[in-house]
Design a protein around this ligand. Structure first.
Ligand code: PGA
Length: 246
């Protein structure tokens, strides 16, 4: 895995946004996989800034978000769709018809997961999958455990994950849905290129384990080791435990 360390979060976000804009220039029909969470917010805002400066055209791009809460409608203030609207979709010129999201309010969530896998395949697969990482090593909502599910599926969220999402639900972890739909580790690994971004010292331990530890379902991001085109973009704090190794 390639590792790139940036002096701070701002430089990381700006550099990646410029790279994505350049990739869109070469391949306007780029298919992007997108995460939510605190980490990508700066990146999304930088993409918005580049778009306003006429330097990022998303008009022909397609996006697939990684995950969504079960039982939450797309326009619910706590939905990941609302988060994405606020931080990215309202800032760039994506065609709404090419924005793909899991519908957590679908009556048949298993059918919804299958629909999503089919939609990714019909789009030709994901060209560039962006990822954040949980402090426990989760990617998307693929939580550590005895086993992992490959394709898009329904997941029961860990209490720690519900706590870290409480901000979307008025600060109350009990209001965070107990379940979500998520692309699986298998769906993620099908992407042609993967860029995982991690910032802050709370991520330093899991970043070290992802790079240097065994591949284990106890650390879902460790499966990235088997992919041939993965880059970890880190700030100095998240790279803090790698100092002796890279
Ligand atoms: P964060 O979440 O960006 O808010 O740290 C990352 C994740 O849980 O995947």
């Amino acid at each position: 895995m390639k590792v790139t360390v940036f002096e701070n979060e701002r430089v990381l976000a700006r550099t990646l946004a410029v790279q994505i804009a350049a990739t869109l220039g070469q391949n306007p029909s780029l298919v992007l996989g997108l995460p939510t969470g605190r980490t990508p917010i700066r990146l999304y805002h930088e993409l918005g800034t580049l778009h306003h400066a006429g330097q990022a055209d998303c008009s022909r791009a397609t996006t697939f978000n990684l995950d969504e809460f079960v039982g939450v409608a797309p326009d619910d203030p706590g939905s990941y769709r609302t988060f994405m609207r606020e931080h990215l979709f309202s800032r760039v010129n994506l065609d709404p018809a090419r924005i793909n999201f899991l519908d957590g309010s679908a009556a048949d969530v298993d059918a919804e997961c299958r629909r999503y896998e089919d939609a990714i395949a019909a789009a030709g697969g994901i060209d560039l999958q962006l990822l954040g990482i949980g402090t426990n090593g989760h990617i998307g909502f693929n939580e550590p455990g005895r086993e992992l599910v490959g394709p898009t599926h329904r997941v029961r969220l860990k209490e720690s994950t519900r706590r870290s999402n409480a901000g979307l639900f008025g600060g109350d972890p009990t209001k965070v849905p107990a379940e979500a739909l998520s692309m699986g580790v298998g769906s993620i690994l099908k992407a042609k290129r993967i860029v995982l971004i991690a910032t802050g010292k709370l991520k330093a331990r899991c970043v070290d384990r992802v790079l240097n530890g065994p591949i284990t379902t106890r650390l879902p991001a460790s499966f990235l080791q088997v992919h041939r085109d993965v880059e970890l973009m880190l700030d100095t704090a998240a790279a803090g435990r790698l100092a002796d190794r890279v």
